[in-house]
Design a protein around this ligand. Structure first.
Ligand code: HEC
Ligand code: HEC
Length: 275
């Protein structure tokens, strides 16, 4: 019986046995007393349907416990738990934030290899259930990372539109461009850091700049910053926003689910899948 190896279980069992024993003894004593005792002592005058109370002094032990209990209640409220508020939740949060700080410090400047290792670990646990172990999106259930973050990913967003990142400008409609050559040129222009693609630049300024800004930076958060598309900075942003997309919804990875460095690591990892 290995549950009996546990100290707390042993104590609880001992307590339970004692409670049963003491209750039995006390109950038997009083039952016996009720059967045999004759009443003694002084009765008060008032009677309720023939039942009268003893005119006894307050038992000193009872009175002392009563007063001590009141004092203890004040102590407990003002100095002990509620006001001075030690809380297990507070202690937990404190310890978690300490550990997080230690974690952040330890991985302040990870090299590329460390980052990829960390990214892979996070990916397999947090992302693979929806995106697939190889990042292929499991037959269209989630984004395919062999494309996303590359020229092909941008082409796909132009053709099908993009939604669910919850930017103030809302969703980007699909079919903004029909011409394949134009779609390719503007996608290359963006992947190129918005330079060195004269044809793409022309298309961009006509069709995209109205929402993404001339410099592609998303006009102060109205739409995504395309200058970071294809980098872990863009992935970080996606992870903080979540996505209510065409294929389905992806939750936010905020509130301690992933730290900044973890988002960066997994960003490097998924982008490496499209290389
Ligand atoms: C009507 C405004 C608007 C126009 C015009 C527009 N976009 Fe967008 N774009 C957005 C918004 C808003 C988003 C964020 C959509 C979302 O929630 O996923 C976005 C997202 C994107 C993304 C990121 C998609 C992803 O997978 O995260 C790319 C790439 C992009 N746009 C490229 C372009 C290109 C190229 C053009 C020009 C052909 C263009 N956009 C025109 C508003 C626009
Ligand atoms: C609950 C399922 C789920 C999980 C878990 C999940 N994703 Fe997603 N993710 C999706 C779906 C679904 C989409 C596609 C949304 C659409 O376009 O319809 C998506 C889209 C994306 C995109 C493309 C965003 C864009 O703007 O087009 C990125 C990047 C991404 N996920 C990264 C990740 C990373 C990194 C993780 C792990 C930390 C992760 N996802 C975990 C379901 C998930």
């Amino acid at each position: 019986m290995n549950w009996l190896d546990d100290d707390v279980n042993q104590l609880s069992l001992l307590g339970a046995v004692l409670i049963i024993l003491i209750s039995t003894v006390v109950v038997r004593k009083y039952i016996k007393q009720m059967k045999t005792d004759k009443s003694t002592g002084e009765l008060i005058d008032k009677s309720w349907d023939g039942i009268r109370e003893y005119n006894n002094e307050l038992p000193i032990g009872w009175a002392v416990s009563f007063l001590v209990l009141i004092a203890w209640a004040f102590w407990y409220f003002f100095i002990g738990y509620p006001v001075n508020s030690f809380s297990q939740i507070g202690q937990w949060n404190e310890e978690v934030s300490q550990k997080n700080a230690q974690f952040a410090k330890k991985w302040e400047n990870p090299d590329k290899e460390t980052l990829m290792g960390m990214g892979e670990g996070i990916f397999l646990v947090q992302c693979a259930p929806c995106h697939g172990i190889t990042g292929d999106g499991i037959d269209g259930k989630a984004t395919d990372f062999s494309q996303w973050g590359t020229v092909a990913g941008i082409e796909n967003s132009i053709i099908n539109g993009s939604k669910g990142l919850q930017y103030p400008l809302g969703d980007m409609p699909g079919g903004l461009l029909q011409d394949k050559a134009e779609i390719k040129a503007v996608s290359k222009y963006i992947m190129n850091g918005l330079k060195n693609e004269p044809k793409g630049k022309e298309v961009y300024e006509m069709m995209c700049a109205s929402c993404h800004g001339m410099d592609g930076k998303g006009m102060d958060g109205l739409s995504p910053n395309l200058a970071t598309y294809g980098t872990s900075v863009f992935v970080k942003d996606v992870l903080s926003r979540g996505k209510k997309g065409h294929l389905g919804d992806m939750p936010k990875f905020e509130d301690g689910r992933l730290s900044d460095i973890q988002k960066e690591a997994v960003g490097h990892y998924i982008l490496s899948l499209g290389e």
